[in-house]
Each structure stands twice: as C-alpha cells, then as structure tokens.
Ligand binder design. Structure first.
Ligand code: ADP
Length: 773
C-alpha cells in the first residue's frame, strides 16, 4: 500500500501499520508512530481501520475526517477483512491527493469560483519607476511590484494581466475608474480611501529630502519654508509636506527622474522622494551633485489597492499577500534596494566629532599641564619665600645676639675709658700733662658713647616712622664743600686724597631737599669710605641723569678700599650687619650706619645702592629726585645744553687767568678755547701782583678769572687794586671752596661772581654769557 502511495504522491510519506497481520515484536507504539515524520499513518487495530495525520497537518486531518464518515470507515474495515486491498489503496491515494491540494488553497471555494469566472484581471504597472516598478532593458516588467505580483499569483494560483501606464496619475485613475483592477506600491491615505481599497502594507521605505550637494547638510520639512520642493504629482507626500509646513512651495512633477533633473540643474531647491528611488536614480543616472539632506519622518508604506468596490478581489489579494512570508519580502527588498549606508567612521560628522574631542582633550590636557606648572611654580616661589623668611628670622635673631655682643663691646670700651681714667684722675700724684691726657680720653670716650646712643635712638625712631623729612633750598655744592673740609682732616691723617667732582653750577646745584638728612647720609658714607680704604683715594661727586624721568640726582662716594663681596651687598644695609666682624670691631662701628643712611635716603624719596668688587673698592650712590630751586634750570632740563651766545663767538676776547697752579690754568684754558670755543687770547698771571701788571699793560682785557688763594698777593688784594685801574673789568673769583666770610670779602674787594673748582663747563659758559663784554 505504501509503495502505491509513494508512487502517486512524490513529496508526501505514508506509513501503514498492518496489525494484526504485520505484528512485530519491536513494533513502535501508537504514539511513537503518531509523532513520526510521516504525513499519514494508516493503522489497523483490533480489526478496525484508523487513519492518523501528523500534528503539523491539522487541516489534512480534518479533511480526512470530513471525507471519512463512520459508515465509510466501517466499509473500509470490511474491505480489509475481505482482502480487497486494491480498493483501499485507490481510496487512500485519491484522498491524499485531495488533501494535498487542500493544503495550498488559501481561497474559499467562493473566491476560487469568482476568480475562475473572471476573463482577466489587470495589474497596472509603471514603466519607469525603478527599482519599484519598471520595464528593464530586455523589455520585461521588473521591480518590487513584479516580484510581489508573481508571489501572489503563485499563492492564489491565478495569473493577472500586466498593463503599463505612463504616469502615476494615470495608474491611479485607471483603477479609480475601473479601467484596470489592481495597483501596487501605493500609499494608503484617507483621500484615496474614497475610491480605493488597500491591503496591509508589505514594504516600508523612508521618504527623504534630496538637495544639491552645496546645500545645507541637515534639513527637515520645517527648514523648507518658501523653498521650491519637487514632488511627483498625486504622491501622498504632497499632502503630508503641506500639513507639516504650509509654506513649502510644492512643484508637482511628472516623475522622479524629472524631479532629480530639476534639482541637479537648480530649478528647484529640493525633491521629496523615497530613498530607494532616489539612490537608484542617483546611481544609474550618475547625478553626483546630489545628496540626501534629511528624512521627512513619513515612510512610504507600499500597499496593493483595488477599486473600492472590488471586495472579492481585495480579499483574494490580501490572502495572497498574507501567504507571502517575511523572508520572501525581505529577499525582495534587498534584491531591489541597495541602500549604501556610509559606515559611521566614514562620515564627516564622525571625524568632526572625533577631531573636536581630540582638540578639546588636548586643550584640557594643556590647561591642566599649564595649571600644574603654575601651581608648581607658585609652590616653589612660596617655598622660596618661606625659606627666605625663615632665614631672615634666623638672621634677625643672629643680628640681635650680635647686636647685644656689639653693644656690650661698643659701650664697654668707652665706659672702660671713662670709669678707668676717672679713677686714675683721683690719684693726687698726677702731673698736669697726665691729667690733661686722661681728661681728653674721658671726653673722647664720652663722645663715643653719645654717638652710640644717638645711633640706637635714631634707628629705633626710623624703624617706628617717627622721623620726617623737611625740604628746604640748599646748595649742594656748598654742602659737599663743607663735608669735604670736615673729612679732609681724617683723609689727611689716613694719607688718602679726598676728591670732589661737581657737575652743576652753584645755581643748578641749589635744590630742594632735607639738608640735615643728606648731610648725615653722606657723612656716613664718607666715614665708611675712609674707614674701609687703606690706600688709594676717596671721591665725592654727583651728576644729574638728564635722560631720566623724573630727573635724578646721583650723589656718590667712591673708594678704592676693601670692597664688599657680591653676596653681602644687600645685607650690609640691614641693621647690625657687618661683613667682617673682627675688622669692624677694630675700626669701630655698630653696623647701624648704612641702615640709618638707607632709611634717611628713603625719607628723601630716594635710595642708596652699592657697586663693589671685593678688594677693588666700592661706590655707594644715593639716587634722589632732582628738584632744582631755580626755574631757569628747569628750562635747561628741557634739554638745551648751555652754549656761548652767537655774538660772542664772532668777537675776539682777551682773557686773563690769574692762577698759581699750572694744571688749573691749563684746564681753564682748554675749557675756554676747546670746549666753549671762545675766540680769545689767553693771558696768564701767577699771583696777584703779576695780575695787576698784566692789567696795566693790556687795557683791552675783557674778563679776568681770579684765584683767591695765591702766593705773593692774594686774589682779594689783587682784585681790590685792579678795580681801581680797571673798574669795568669783569673779575670772576675762582676757588675750590669759599666760606661765607671769604665770599663777603671777595665781593667787597670787587669780584663780580664766583666759580667753583673744578670748573664746570656749563657754569663757565653761563658766566661768560653774563660777564663778557
Ligand atoms: P659699621 O659701623 O660696621 O661701619 P655700617 O652700617 O656703616 O656699619 O656698614 C655695614 C658694613 O658694611 C660694614 O661693617 C662693612 O662690612 C661694610 N661697608 C660699609 N661701607 C663700606 C666700604 N666703603 N667699603 C667696604 N665695606 C663697607
């Protein structure tokens, strides 16, 4: 029976269990048999006949049951019993074939009958709607629609007649007006539901905005206000776009090719089309200047539609569509839609984001590093400051200890003198000479003690800001001369030349400052210079820094002494600091002089600085603001070097220099002839008497420079006498230093003016301009 069955039905299997005729010891149970892979199992149990179908074939089982009512089964049982096998086999084969046919039938008999009654059912197609629906190069209809159509035809076992139309509108209308029966790949819209009936959608394709490559990258429908946007006429996307953005200017085009061309030639700003068609045409037409700018969030859901009234056809189509599996749909989709999705790592945005992230990270790292560096530097600086502060505190501690030791020494030394020699004085055996000597020692010690006490008081007053400066008009030249005469005594004792270098006239050197304080500063510096200079010279001088703003007056004390090492140059201005304790102890000093001088210089609006080389000497400079008292000097300050007036340059003058020192004579002569370039004849007299003789001899002398201190006859006497014979002659006293009394004496003798030695070229020019007739 099985053999016969297989002969007639190729793909199906049938198993016959001939119990009791075919009993076998290893016979599988009924259930085992039932769950085997066969479609049908025919069994004979207890002389009765049974047909079982596999679980998966429920329908088949039902059909079998339908065709085998109980009386027939009894008949078959009888046939088996009577041995009429051939009848049974024939029956089962007929039954099975009928069941097989039943398995593929998805339509009701009514539908089947309806289909059979139709002459032809037309399926309307597009000619050029690739890849969805189009006629290929071989003239065959191709695309998604064709493939779907074929599958439906197969499932419903019916062949439609394909008909082509030129445009989408024509296609819709032909179904609307029942010229044709079926249209596929159509979006289900409310409007269309008025005249069409839609199956469920079978494929969804996103609708996108296509723009020219130069246009913006990311667009939505809202960005297309007042833009010309092409859409194929009668497309559902027209209504959708208008609803989302009523300001879009829709340009209806016949088909998508036209739309793509319009956009390629900039006739419209954008085209709304489904992504499948867009990518197909961009690729096949080679339009490379287009790009997808965005999704409109309205997918094109492909449905099949019939005329609204074609209920039966619609139901058949829906069943046909339902019978197509998802895998088959997927296969169709991927056959026709090759959406090349650019991998994320190939997109501009990806690289832009990556580069931005790298850049931001680099910036953050650099910022952190810089911040770190700054913090490190700050920590270093703070550490340095703390170390310095610690050192300073230690130094200050050390200084205080030193100070007490110094004080003890400084006070004890004069006190020893005073106490000791006062005791000696009480001895009656002393002679007058010894007594005088002891008294002098006691006086000196007392003075020394007083100085120490004064210094200590002054530094404590300065430290507590109890001292203020009082400016008055002073002549710097005069102050320096006075200082020079005071310190000349010590200088001579130490066999050190004490030089003075002035750069301004008396008028120019008349400045506003606190004379007492300046005197104190300079005294201190000179005292130190003479103290710490075993050989060489000490020079006191000053100059004005004309290029500084404000102008600066630099007064300096230069020596060729022991010098100060670079490391100690700033410390020596601290109270009680002494570079060489032993030396200072021997030479005397508390280590307060420079700190007092520095504090006083600050009160004058200036400071003291040092330039020194160990063993080579030092220069201490006081920098003060230059405040000339004379307003005319302020004019000179505005950069006009004093020159001899033009008229005096052309005349020839006879100049008499009365000077016993040849070097001084030569210096003045060079100044007049070479520096000032005065057109003159120079006459020399070596003393007052010679001067009178020359004046008597030369009555055309224009000006005489008279030294006041000369052998044979002094300048005072000579002037007095010359005045008698030459009352109109300009006589200028020239002297290294003149006291108030000397000055009065000179004026009363007949001098017109004074010029200090060393003679300054500007002062000399000023005098010539004024007194040369
Ligand atoms: P002192 O009473 O010790 O001279 P100062 O305050 O006047 O105190 O000077 C401080 C230290 O500066 C001196 O002990 C000395 O080491 C150094 N000093 C000052 N002037 C000079 C100088 N002209 N030449 C070399 N060293 C000097």
């Amino acid at each position: 029976m099985q053999k016969h069955f297989q002969k007639y039905s190729k793909n199906c299997t049938m198993q016959i269990m001939p119990e009791p005729f075919d009993k076998h010891p290893h016979q599988p149970s009924y259930h085992e048999q039932h769950s085997c892979n066969s479609f049908i199992t025919v069994m004979f149990q207890s002389e009765s006949f049974k047909i079982a179908a596999n679980d998966q074939y429920n329908k088949l089982h039902k059909s079998i049951s339908k065709f085998l009512p109980t009386p027939e089964v009894s008949a078959i049982t009888r046939m088996v019993q009577t041995g009429k096998w051939w009848l049974i086999i024939l029956f089962v084969i007929t039954l099975f074939n009928s069941c097989r046919e039943g398995k593929n039938e998805i339509l009701t008999p009514e539908e089947r009958n309806w289909l059979a009654s139709q002459d032809n059912i037309t399926f309307v197609h597009d000619k050029s709607f690739a890849p969805v629906d189009f006629i290929g190069n071989e003239g065959v209809q191709k695309g998604i629609t064709s493939d779907i159509q074929k599958l439906i035809e197969e499932r419903i076992n019916y062949q439609f007649i394909s008909v082509n139309k030129d445009s989408w509108s024509e296609m819709i209308n032909s179904v609307k007006y029942r010229e044709n029966d079926i249209i596929a790949n159509i979006q289900n819209t409310e409007e269309r539901q008025q005249f069409l009936k839609f199956t469920s959608p079978y494929i969804s394709i996103p609708n996108v905005i296509i723009v020219n490559k130069n246009a913006e990258d990311e667009l939505t429908l809202s960005d297309l206000s007042d833009k010309k946007v092409a859409i194929v006429e009668d497309y559902a996307t027209i209504n959708f776009s208008k609803t989302i953005n009523p300001n879009i200017q829709i340009v209806e085009v016949k088909d998508n090719i036209k739309g793509l061309q319009m956009i390629a030639f900039n006739q419209v700003d954008a085209l709304i089309v489904d992504i499948a068609i867009a990518s197909y045409y961009i690729e096949t037409l080679g339009i490379s200047n287009l790009k997808i700018a965005g999704n409109i969030n309205y997918d094109w859901n492909l449905c099949i539609a019939t005329n609204k009234d074609a209920e039966m056809l619609h139901s058949i189509l829906q069943k046909g569509l339902d019978a197509i599996s998802q895998d088959e749909i997927k296969a169709i989709y991927s056959k026709w839609i090759h959406l090349e999705i650019t991998p994320f790592y190939k997109t501009k945005e990806f690289w832009f984001t990556i580069l931005s992230l790298i850049l931001i990270s680099v910036i953050i790292i650099i910022t952190i590093l810089l911040w770190n560096k700054t913090l490190k530097q700050k920590v270093k600086q703070k550490t340095r400051e703390l170390i310095k502060a610690k050192e300073k505190a230690e130094e200050s501690d050390k200084l205080k200890t030193e100070f007490i030791r110094n004080m003890s020494h400084e006070i004890r030394t004069p006190m020893n003198g005073i106490v000791g020699f006062t005791q000696f004085l009480s001895n009656n055996n002393l002679n007058n000479e010894e007594k005088e000597e002891y008294i002098s020692i006691i006086q000196n010690s007392g003075n020394q003690l007083l100085r120490i006490i004064n210094d200590i008081l002054e530094i404590s007053k300065l430290a507590t800001n109890q001292v203020t400066a009082t400016e008055q008009e002073i002549c710097l030249n005069k102050l320096l001369h006075e200082l020079l005469s005071v310190f000349e005594i010590t200088a001579k004792r130490n066999k050190l030349p004490l030089l003075l270098k002035k750069k301004l006239t008396d008028t120019e050197s008349t400045i506003y400052t606190d004379e007492t304080k300046l005197n104190k500063i300079l005294s201190n510096l000179l005292e130190n210079a003479l103290k710490y200079t075993p050989k060489g010279f000490v020079e006191l001088g000053y100059y004005v820094k004309w290029d500084a703003k404000p102008l600066q007056l630099i007064i300096y004390v230069k020596d060729t002494g022991i010098g100060v090492s670079r490391d100690n140059q700033s410390s020596i201005f601290s109270s009680f600091y002494q570079e060489n304790k032993e030396l200072s102890k021997n030479l005397g000093g508390l280590g307060l002089g420079l700190s007092i001088a520095q504090e006083n210089a600050k009160l004058l609006g200036g400071k003291i600085s040092i330039r020194s080389k160990k063993g080579k000497g030092s220069t201490f400079s006081i920098t003060l603001p230059y405040k000339p008292a004379n307003t005319s000097i302020k004019k000179r300050v505005q950069n006009k070097p004093i020159e001899i007036s033009a008229k005096k340059k052309t005349n020839i003058y006879n100049v008499l220099i009365i000077e016993d020192e040849d070097m001084n004579y030569l210096y003045l002569k060079i100044l007049l002839k070479d520096k000032i370039k005065l057109n003159c004849n120079i006459l020399q007299a070596r003393n007052g008497r010679e001067a009178i003789e020359v004046c008597k001899k030369h009555n055309n002398i224009s000006i005489a420079f008279m030294d006041l201190k000369m052998p044979i006859m002094s300048g005072f006497e000579a002037t007095k006498r010359i005045r008698k014979i030459r009352p109109e002659l300009s006589i200028i006293a020239q002297t290294a230093y003149i006291t108030k009394e000397d000055k009065e004496r000179a004026f009363s003798a007949g001098c017109d003016a004074f010029i200090s030695k060393p003679i300054n070229v500007e002062t000399l020019t000023e005098i010539l301009n004024k007194y040369l007739n």
